[in-house]
Design a protein around this ligand. Structure first.
Ligand code: GLU
Ligand code: ZN
Length: 300
């Protein structure tokens, strides 16, 4: 199988050194294996995506010496794919609408019987308030069109039970191969149990009022559509990977390999964010740096 890697930036700000590292690493790994490197524009969040940032992405990556098959996939052109995936999950009774605000969730979790609130890869673990608010939709989804323009959550307990109907909750229902390392050095085969998902992740949001699909749903659909065999990305996404693997199982998609890489940090050891314009590739270019200088700065 030829190796296919990808770099999937969101056009919501300038690419910085951390992005340069991720893109160069994915590109180098594909090249070393005789495979291909793909670019994808993660612009599903239309409230934050800007054409000028997208143009800057192409420009910066070309300047770095990267190339990719054109045209690249742009999420905003592919909403039908996400709709189809959501319809599939809806038809299996796995999705429900949620009208909770952040504050509703925090209040529900502060009730004395709830114990200490737990944070998962997606924030506070959802307390399940809306799970059975519309039992008709859950029990006979085929009789109800999937509602649009609302927040839809995945019922994680039901989802994991559908993946491994006969598997005890503390035994693996899925796994993935990590060839890089998670934040705590996790590598090799990483098992996922229903218990991890129910207690440590909870009912994640898969569709939003103002967005065709959440990042978690879109990334899984995109990586499958692009036939990516290795997802190369920062270790900050390691914890979210189990959500992606569960979605792959539910949607009957292949699980690619994962290569999570170290994060590039600023001089104070803080990881770079989009707002760190000082570390923007464009800024280094303006200051006369060469692509080789950038490679050296990120340790490649
Ligand atoms: N657009 C996402 C980001 O920039 C992609 C994450 C991923 O590689 O899965 O964080
Ligand atoms: Zn709710």
């Amino acid at each position: 199988m030829t190796m296919v890697t990808r770099f999937a930036p969101s056009p919501t700000g300038p690419l910085h050194l951390g992005h340069a590292y991720s893109a160069l690493l994915a590109h180098d790994r594909a090249r070393a294996a005789g495979g291909s490197f793909l670019l994808r524009i993660d612009d599903l969040d239309q409230s934050r995506a800007r054409p000028e940032w997208e143009a800057q992405i192409y420009d910066d990556l070309q300047w770095l010496g990267l190339s990719w098959p054109e045209p690249c996939r742009r999420e905003s052109d592919c909403t039908a794919d996400y709709e189809a995936a959501l319809d599939h999950l809806w038809s299996r009774g796995l999705l429900y609408r949620c009208t909770c605000t952040r504050r509703d969730i925090a209040e529900a979790l502060s009730a004395p019987q709830e114990g200490a609130p737990v944070h998962g890869p997606d924030g506070l673990i959802y307390p399940g308030t809306c799970r059975w608010r519309h039992p008709g939709e859950r029990n006979a989804p085929q009789d109800h069109p999937r509602p649009r323009g609302v927040t839809l959550r995945l019922d994680m307990e039901m989802a994991t039970a559908q993946i491994g109907p006969d598997t005890p909750q503390d035994a693996p229902i899925a796994s993935f191969e990590e060839t890089g390392a998670g934040p705590d050095g996790q590598t090799g085969r990483i098992d996922i149990t229903a218990q991890d998902m129910i207690d440590g992740v909870g009912d994640v949001v898969l569709a939003r009022r103002d967005m065709a699909a959440s990042y978690h749903l879109a990334v899984v659909v995109d990586d499958a559509a692009q036939q990516v065999t290795e997802v190369t990305r920062g270790a900050d996404l390691f914890d979210a990977t189990r959500i992606h693997v569960v979605l792959q199982k539910l949607l009957r998609l292949q699980t690619p390999g994962y290569h999570h890489h170290r994060l590039i940090r600023d001089d104070n050891g803080k990881r770079l964010a989009k707002r760190d314009d000082a570390r923007a590739i464009a800024k280094y270019r303006d200051d006369g740096a060469t692509p080789a200088d950038i490679r050296r700065m990120v340790g490649l």
